[in-house]
Design a protein around this ligand. Structure first.
Ligand code: 2BA
Ligand code: 2BA
Length: 109
């Protein structure tokens, strides 16, 4: 069994959720925040049998798309002018960042 952790954009999270339910894949959704943009994203935790991992990755790929997003200018309030960026910066936010970890043990009580 593997744990698939997928960080996706909020805009794709309900579509991905629906697709997982439709394909009988159990998952837990967590509200998360990107360290760089400091804006909300969604993290899916999916415990899944080894032979279904590729199918889950395909569902994630098919339901999440990359988008360009503007990073708001950083505030210089706080006094640290070193990190002050006076203009918006465009970044490409990927469809999904996916981690696949082994599960030593899976229990449901
Ligand atoms: P939920 O996904 O909201 O599921 C609540 C309960 O609904 C489940 O209880 C199960 O009895 C039923 N259920 C969920 N998916 C189903 C499906 N495709 N077909 C039929 N019944 C379904 P639990 O199995 O005790 O799970 C409780 C919560 O634990 C789940 O909430 C989910 O957040 C998490 N979870 C369970 N299995 C997971 C897994 N393999 N990976 C990640 N999270 C899991
Ligand atoms: P954020 O950290 O808010 O990053 C959003 C996007 O900003 C990133 O998209 C990337 O295009 C850009 N970016 C991030 N850090 C950067 C930096 N130091 N310099 C320049 N540009 C940077 P993605 O790479 O697709 O990542 C989307 C979200 O996935 C991230 O949101 C973060 O929440 C998560 N993530 C990505 N890589 C991760 C990793 N190695 N570990 C944990 N979470 C990760």
């Amino acid at each position: 069994m593997k744990l698939v952790i997928a960080v996706v954009q909020d805009k794709d999270s309900s579509r991905l959720s629906d697709a997982l339910v439709k394909h009988n894949v159990r998952a837990t959704k967590l509200a998360s925040t990107g360290g760089f943009l400091k804006s909300g994203n969604t993290t899916f935790m999916i415990g899944i049998e080894d032979d279904r991992v590729d199918g889950v990755c395909k569902l994630i790929r098919d339901n999440c798309r990359s988008r360009k997003q503007m990073m708001a200018p950083m505030s210089s309030m706080g006094g640290n002018t070193d990190s002050y960026v006076p203009y918006p910066v465009e970044v490409e936010v990927g469809g999904a960042t996916v981690f696949i970890l082994p599960i030593d043990r899976f229990e449901q009580f």
